[in-house]
Design a binder for this molecule. Structure first.
Ligand SMILES: [Zn+2]
Length: 402
């Protein structure tokens, strides 16, 4: 009968919605504990607006599932002694950062604290590379007895298509069209998640850095500057991957079509003018006596010690970096641009040049973004892979309770 049918639908709708609500409440509680730990059940109820009984149910469940620990008893005025909650750091993530020359396998807990790390040369052959990675991962796994392993997160120097499960664009690493996930998942029995390195840096910024302490940034772009230039886009509170996961390749937009050849096959791309390699090229071109194997760190040190040609080369790189960022500002209107790379070591010298270039071309009515150097000691990609594994439990952008 029609009446009975309506009644049945209403019941199933109610069941579904309470399940969704429980899931949302659980994420709220997990995120509050993550960002404000240690805190008590009473704090959780007060900040979230959820009922004490709801908080208690969720907390008991989280403790049982090894997400949360009850810490030492706190002491408040008037003799009250609440029990403080924090994330259980026996829940761990294997974190992998593959770079064109060197790769890192590390062990992190849910708070993004690293407790072990192995560095290896990256083989040019993908099969040899995966075998070497598996050996390092197995070594790290031996340190994990008694811990709950969440999975393996991998940051890659290229675009990873999550539909075809392949590295589709990696101009600086010859591992294209190779299945990385299956052999690693098979050898370890663990879940494996992949992400582009610049996107991983976005996740690290959204998850682990709260420069203002108060509000969550919903529009930011990370620019990684090393051999090339990568960008990760966080727009309207979400990572923007685009069709085929290729979004963010501003580094390969040609600024000068007659410029030097780029690793992507084109000419005069932004990264040919604004990367570490570009600054080294400017220096070699201007200095006849420049040593052939000069590194970018050497160049920074020379500038630090007042070498005028080194300073000029890095200034030229900074001008181009800022000029390229205009594309990002005009196209995406980010609130912040976070710069990651060795150049941030000498931000005092070159940061103002980048900022001036960006500010110079803001459109009428537009607000220039803050350009911020990330002093991350090469850890942003690794931290991003931790967020990559955790986001399905915490939600993709869990910083709204900061
Ligand atoms: Zn290119």
């Amino acid at each position: 009968m029609p009446g009975e049918r309506r009644h049945f639908q209403a019941t199933s709708y109610k069941a579904a919605s309470s399940e969704v609500a429980r899931d949302i409440n659980r994420r709220i509680v997990l995120n509050l504990i993550r960002t404000r730990q240690p805190l008590s059940r009473a704090d959780l109820a007060r900040i979230s607006g959820l009922q004490r009984s709801t908080i208690s149910l969720i907390v008991e469940e989280l403790i049982k599932e090894h997400w949360v620990l009850e810490g030492p008893t706190g002491r408040l005025p008037r003799g009250r002694r609440p029990t403080f909650l924090r994330l259980n750091d026996d829940r761990v993530i294997i974190s992998v950062d593959i770079r064109p020359t060197q790769s890192t396998v590390a062990l992190a807990d849910v708070n993004g604290k690293f407790t072990a790390q192995q560095i290896m040369d990256t083989p040019a052959d993908p099969k040899a590379g995966v075998d070497a990675l598996i050996a390092r991962i197995q070594t790290i796994l031996r340190l994990c007895r008694g811990k709950k392993i969440e999975g393996i997160g991998i940051a890659l120097p290229g675009r990873y298509d999550h539909v075809s499960d392949r590295l589709v664009f990696a101009p600086n690493l010859p591992w294209r069209d190779f299945d990385l996930r299956t052999p690693i998942a098979r050898a370890t029995g663990l879940e494996v998640e992949m992400e582009n390195a610049a996107n991983a840096c976005v996740l690290a910024a959204v998850w682990f850095e709260r420069p203002d302490g108060s509000h969550a940034v919903r529009n930011l772009v990370v620019v990684t500057v090393s051999e090339g230039i990568g960008t990760g886009i966080f727009l309207n509170g979400q990572l923007a991957r685009g069709f085929n996961d290729m979004a963010g390749e501003f580094g390969h937009v040609p600024l000068e079509p007659d410029g030097p050849r780029c690793g992507c096959g084109s000419r005069g791309c932004w990264e040919v003018f604004g990367s570490n390699r570009a600054a080294l090229r400017y220096y070699q071109e201007s200095t006849a006596s420049a040593p052939a194997h000069l590194t970018f760190q050497d160049l920074l040190s020379l500038a630090d010690h007042g070498d005028p040609e080194a300073t000029k080369s890095l200034e030229k790189m900074a001008h181009y970096l800022g000029r390229g960022m205009r594309m990002i500002v005009a196209g995406l209107a980010p609130e912040r641009i976070i710069v990651i790379g060795d150049l941030t070591r000498s931000w005092r010298l070159f940061g103002p040049i980048i900022e001036a270039e960006v500010h110079d071309q803001v459109l009428p009515g537009g607000i220039p973004p803050r350009v911020i150097p990330a002093h991350e000691d090469g850890m942003a990609r690794l931290r991003g892979t931790v967020a990559l594994l955790l986001q399905k439990h915490f939600g993709a952008a869990p910083s709204s309770y900061n």
